[in-house]
Design a protein around this ligand. Structure first.
Ligand SMILES: [Cu+2]
Length: 488
């Protein structure tokens, strides 16, 4: 099994001597001084293709809606699901079946629909030849079910994850969190949407059913023959996939849709706009906003979600409305193909945010690289590389704390921050008010070099150990992760 020590030993040497591709490039396209990286042997995918990379022809394939996973048992109190972890193939480039990984053998994984107050039992069977696991990103779950980096599902084994769904309606997602291999696993496809539906939000009459669609956005790199490149310069991940397909179209009726946009890229910031129109943001990572917000732009760093409504009744049938990213350009095209009646609405009042209790503890979290000559740098939090057995913060259960999350990265590399177990609120950014994108209940935020973000969280429910980390997974992999322990 890969542990941090042998990853470092192998990676450190390989980086300097063999010129292994760059792993740690910043999001903004300038050169990252952090050369090198180590590709675990298990991810050196065989070069399947030797011809010429097929060209992507935009808008020739529909955006798939990931199938909703069917429970094997369903009662009012709980639902039981089976989910495999498999190596599989996917047609990402036209005509080529690329080797990937997929929950349920699918690229991207099936959507799991949960309901507030009803438990989800997920029986996960690992059919791969290496360990993996499942983390419910944004989930309020006990530590043994959180997919802690040490808790792996070994090859051939099955394990049970219990998700209480005691939280309000929210767009969560599930992905691999196996330490040292999380970046490659998620990049190769181990991610899916997890939607918590909340009966207490039904009266809002937001678009639902076929008009409530998850969109997982991520980037990917191919070589000249069409092979997936796992670790290179992230700036070369120029192909953006929406639910696994590059530049797809999505046929819509001229009515309102709810889209749950999830940034499942391992290391990217999307800056999204809709040609010729605004979107209505109705929620963020942890659930609905208090009130809808009209937005020109939606910014999502890796792991963040945006719950938006787009009203296509504004466009005549036959219109084409494109979702663009500031770097990648056109990502997804909505084709308005028919009229439709629309009983849904976006009320002026959605869901009041929970009150902020007084905070009694202040902490500081600083994410940055430590550079070393001729070696891969370390990712650190407060100067320390992640250690599986070290507790960095001890927190008394029920306490409300204020964390100053910042990055003093010496090379100006952009990072972000994800806290497990709880949703937090952004109080300030750089000493001023939060950005529009910081609004609502958050579990992941962007933190550029030099930025300071003040957040407040209440650590309710469970005792035990959870991690917090940069959600640029190539950064957390090399140590930009730390551990808290909640005590009674
Ligand atoms: Cu980072």
């Amino acid at each position: 099994m890969l542990n941090r020590r042998n990853v470092l030993a192998a990676g450190g040497l390989a980086a300097g001597v063999l010129g292994v591709p760059k792993l740690l490039a910043p999001a903004e396209g300038h050169e990252d001084p952090a050369h090198g990286g180590h590709t675990p042997t298990t991810f050196q995918e065989s070069k399947t293709f030797s011809g010429t990379k097929p060209e992507i022809v935009p808008w020739t394939r529909p955006m798939p809606v990931p199938p909703v996973l069917r429970p094997v048992v369903s009662t009012a109190k709980q639902e039981v699901y089976r989910l495999s972890i498999e190596r599989t193939t996917a047609e990402i480039l036209p005509g080529l079946q690329s080797p990937v990984m997929g929950y349920g053998g699918q690229f991207v994984g099936p959507t799991i629909k949960a309901k507030t107050g009803r438990k989800t039992l997920l029986l996960v069977h690992n059919k791969m030849d290496e360990a993996a696991n499942v983390h419910l990103h944004g989930g309020h779950v006990s530590p043994e079910h959180d997919g802690h980096p040490r808790d792996l599902v070994e090859p051939g084994r099955t394990r049970l994850y219990l998700y209480p769904n005691s939280q309000q309606g929210a767009t969560l997602w599930y992905h691999d969190h196996s330490h040292g291999t999380e970046a490659a696993h998620v990049y190769l496809g181990l991610h899916g949407a997890y939607v918590v539906e909340d009966d207490s939000e039904r009266h809002l009459n937001l678009p639902s059913g076929a008009y409530d669609v998850p969109i997982m956005l991520r980037d990917i790199q191919f070589d000249d023959s069409g092979n997936i490149v796992v670790f290179d310069d992230p700036a070369k991940r120029t192909v953006v996939l929406a639910n696994g397909v590059p530049q797809p179209y999505f046929e819509v009726a001229a009515r309102k849709y709810r889209f749950r946009i999830i940034n499942t890229a391992t290391q990217r910031v999307f800056q999204l706009r809709l040609t010729g129109g605004q979107v209505t943001r109705i929620g963020s990572d942890g659930g609905l906003y208090a009130a809808p917000v009209e937005a020109e732009e939606v910014v999502l760093s890796s792991g963040e979600r945006a719950d938006v409504v787009i009203d296509f009744s504004k466009y005549p049938v036959g219109s084409r409305v494109t979702l663009t990213d500031s770097v990648a350009g056109e990502v997804l095209r909505f084709d308005v193909v028919r009229r439709a009646s629309d009983p849904s609405r976006v009320p002026a009042v959605l869901r009041p945010l929970p009150a902020l209790p007084p905070s009694t503890v202040d902490r500081e979290v600083d994410l940055f690289y430590v550079f070393k000559p001729n070696e891969r740098p370390d990712g650190v939090i407060n100067g320390k590389v992640f250690e599986m057995d070290r507790v960095d913060f001890t927190i008394k259960r029920g306490t409300t704390e204020t964390w100053l999350v910042k990055s003093s990265d010496p090379a100006g590399v952009k990072h972000n921050f994800h806290l497990h177990l709880v949703q937090f609120r952004v109080l300030e950014r750089n000493g001023g008010p939060p950005l529009p994108n910081d609004a609502g209940l958050k579990d992941t935020i962007s933190v550029a070099a030099g930025e300071t973000v003040k957040v407040q969280a209440t650590f309710t429910g469970y005792t035990g150990r959870y991690v917090y980390h940069c959600h640029f997974l190539e950064h957390s992999w090399i140590g930009m992760m730390a551990q808290l322990e909640i005590v009674p």
